[in-house]
Structures are given as structure tokens and as C-alpha cells.
Write a protein that binds this ligand. Structure first.
Ligand code: PMP
Length: 400
């Protein structure tokens, strides 16, 4: 008799398959804070791939706010928001965020993922249509999957194609109950900006709701880093949901949506991720409010981020690197196939720069890249060191 197979045999088998294809995630360990000169896997390197755009994760005001909140409110919130987990710290954060965004109201979720996965399936359901940019983030894709709505995809950042999809949808019988157009604000693999100024009137002309995921735009785009809606000076009558995260430029963790008072009341009554999952701990809520304080009071961080971005992009383009469509501090350095991108990342690490490769199937086979993200806390010398390392590694590998 053969030994009975374990019902969990597939775990090792599937991981092995990923490892054999070199598609498994090897976790790199950061010792200490996420700062430009950091220690990864025991080696001193320059951090060039965190989402901590403004360096706020280690800002003294955020750290002090977190410590003070633990002293006054404890380590945890004790509940989900609708039962006993709404603290004055959450309410204050939402008030400050709405003011910062120039919106009527804001709602804070535990993460950005929870915001997309919780709200999208409530905005649309059976008999509805979601129209999504083909390169939207996975949390949007999962939110859409959780809805029972029909899905259509338009070509990346092409408003003309969105118009085509919406016109076709108008001929659908029976006609859709509601239509939701959803897009990332800044695309995380390419660093390009969604043409929201052209998307918004098209969505409006077809009577569709518009939802923008501004995870990589807030703290980066618009006056004082107020995000993509402010960047394009769009009316809130056209952009119905502005979603974002505290895990990137704000330097902490948490998701949020901003819009009308009705949107926020709807979201908190309906989003299952919000209703059924514990609320942010006091330290997190207070640190997020402190991040807004810093954005409002210290505009130099956003300015510095753009100065460094322009310098880095200019220097790499001058040396012949292909940076794709990057128009933001997300700067992909396109190198070709996956194996080359992995070699480039390894060589950069040896040269003292930490930046990970993004390879197929996350991007097209011949568009593997090193995805770098600028950080306002980098010094001029550190940026020069990064440019030199890219130049040396790029020449050694025949990329430039
Ligand atoms: N949307 C986009 C575009 C993102 O890049 C991310 C984070 N990778 C999220 C949503 C999820 O945000 P969070 O980290 O707060 O869950």
C-alpha cells in the first residue's frame, strides 16, 4: 500500500515550481528605519525602492505623535470602528484629511487594499458595469472581482479607448444600472500619470461614477502634495471617489477615501472590510495626523522630492537609459529581459544601491526593469552615488 498523500502536498510543490522558475519572493530584511542610508541583509546600502517618498516614516513629529498616543490611548483600539473602535484620534484624522484634500468628508480604512476591496463591490453589483484601466493595481482588480458587476478594460491611460468602451456599453440591453470608471492616479510600475483631466469629462458624459486610486499621487502631485485631483484642479462633482493610502508618502499605514458626505456615510455603512475588521491602533492614527501636519507645515519635502526626481531622471536619460513613460518619482530603469534585470539589481546591491527588479509576468517579457523610487531624504551626494552605481552597472551589462 502506498502511503496516503498529505492534503497539503501542493504547498511545497507550488512553492518549488515558483522557486524553479526564480519567481518566488526572497524577503530582504531591513535592520532599523526606512531611511536612505540603511542596512539590508546586513549590508549598508542606499534605499532606492521604498514608497516612503518624503522620508516621513522616520520623521520626529510622526514618531513623537505615535509615542504620545500610546501613552494616552493605549496600544490597540479594542474593536471594529462601528462598535467600540472609533476613537477621537480617528475622527480627528478624518477631519484633517478631508480639509487637506479639500473634500467634504474622508473615511479611514485599515489599509488601502481594504479600501478598494471594501468599497468597490458596494458601489457596483449585479446589473452594473466597471470599466478599468488595464494596468490598475491588484487591490482594484480584487475589489472588482468581489463585485458581481460586469467588467470591461480600456487601454492603458487612453481616454479615447475609455470613450469607445463606454459608447459600446450604452448599447447594452438591458441597460446597466450603474457604471463605475476606475483608474490608478499614478501607475506603480511605470510612474506615469493617468490623464484624469480627460478621463473625467468622458465618464461624466456617460453618466458614470469616477473612482481614482491615488496611492502614489498623494504627497507627490498637486500643490503641497494634495494629490491628483488637486494636480488637475478637478471638480469633486467629476471625481466621486478619491482613494489613497497612508502607507506611502504619508509614511505610516492605512487607507482612505475622500468625497462627499454621502459617499463617506455610504462607505462606512456598507464596506465589509471597514465594518468587520479592527480599527487602526492609536499610534497609527496619531502618526497619520502628524503626517498631515508635516505636509501642511513643511512644504520643502515635496519640493525636494521633485528636485531629486528631475536630477535623477535627467542624469540617467543623458547616459542613455530608457525610463519609459515616467513622469513622477517612480523611475523605472528598463533593462530588457528578466535575467538581465535580476543581474542588474544584484550588481547594484554590490555597488551599494538597493533597488529591486520587476520582471515578467508583472511587466512584458522584454520590459523588465529596475524600479526606483525617489526619496526626499536623499542627500545630493547620495543621489550622485546612486547615479554612478547605475552608470557602472549599466555599462558592465551592456545596457548603456
Ligand atoms: N493602490 C495602489 C496603486 C498601490 O500601489 C497600493 C500599495 N501597493 C495599494 C493600493 C494598497 O495600499 P496599502 O498599502 O495601503 O494597502
Amino acid at each position: 500500500m502506498t502511503a496516503p498523500r498529505s492534503p497539503t502536498d501542493f504547498l511545497a510543490a507550488e512553492v518549488h515550481e515558483l522557486e524553479a522558475a526564480d519567481l518566488d519572493w526572497k524577503l530582504r530584511v531591513l535592520a532599523g528605519p526606512s531611511v536612505p542610508a540603511c542596512t539590508i541583509d546586513g549590508r549598508s546600502v542606499l534605499m532606492l525602492c521604498s514608497n516612503n517618498y518624503l522620508g516621513l516614516s522616520n520623521h520626529p513629529k510622526l514618531k513623537e505623535a505615535a509615542i504620545a498616543a500610546v501613552r494616552t490611548h493605549g496600544a490597540g483600539s479594542g474593536s471594529v470602528r462601528p462598535i467600540a473602535g472609533t476613537m477621537d484620534l480617528h475622527v480627528e484624522l478624518e477631519r484633517r484629511l478631508a480639509r487637506f484634500k479639500g473634500a467634504a468628508a474622508s473615511l479611514v480604512y485599515q489599509t488601502g487594499f481594504a479600501a478598494n476591496a471594501g468599497l468597490i463591490p458596494q458601489l457596483v453589483g449585479e446589473g452594473d458595469l466597471v470599466v478599468s484601466d488595464e494596468l490598475n493595481h491588484g487591490s482594484i482588480i480584487d475589489g472588482v472581482r468581489l463585485s458581481r458587476a460586469e467588467r470591461a478594460v480600456y487601454r492603458h491611460a487612453q481616454p479615447e479607448d475609455l470613450a469607445r468602451v463606454l459608447s459600446e456599453a450604452e448599447r447594452h440591453v438591458p441597460s446597466y444600472r450603474r457604471i463605475l470608471v476606475v483608474t490608478d492616479g499614478v501607475f506603480s510600475m511605470d510612474g506615469d500619470i493617468a490623464p484624469l483631466d480627460r478621463i473625467a469629462p468622458i465618464a461624466a458624459a456617460h453618466g458614470a461614477m469616477l473612482y481614482v486610486d491615488d496611492a502614489h499621487g498623494e504627497g507627490v502631485l498637486g500643490p503641497g502634495g494634495r494629490g491628483i485631483v488637486a494636480h488637475f484642479r478637478l471638480s469633486r462633482d467629476l471625481v466621486h471617489v478619491e482613494m489613497g493610502t497612508f502607507s506611502k508618502a504619508f509614511g505610516v499605514v492605512g487607507g482612505h477615501v475622500s468625497g462627499s458626505a454621502e459617499l463617506v456615510r455610504f462607505a462606512w455603512n456598507k464596506s465589509r472590510t471597514w465594518l468587520l475588521s479592527g480599527s487602526a491602533p492609536p499610534a497609527v492614527a496619531a502618526a497619520c495626523t502628524a503626517a498631515i501636519d508635516v505636509l501642511e507645515g513643511e512644504p520643502q519635502h515635496v519640493e525636494r522630492l521633485w528636485t531629486l526626481t528631475r536630477r535623477f531622471q535627467g542624469a540617467l536619460r543623458d547616459r542613455g537609459f530608457d525610463l519609459g513613460a515616467s513622469a513622477t518619482p517612480i523611475v523605472p530603469v528598463i533593462v530588457g529581459d528578466s535575467a538581465k534585470a535580476k543581474r542588474m539589481s544584484q550588481r547594484l546591491f554590490e555597488l551599494g544601491v538597493f533597488a529591486l527588479p520587476i520582471v515578467y509576468p508583472m511587466v512584458a517579457r522584454d520590459r523588465a526593469r529596475i524600479r526606483t523610487i525617489m526619496n526626499a531624504a536623499l542627500s545630493d551626494e547620495q543621489l550622485t552615488q546612486a547615479i554612478d552605481a547605475f552608470t557602472q552597472a549599466g555599462r558592465e551589462l551592456g545596457i548603456v
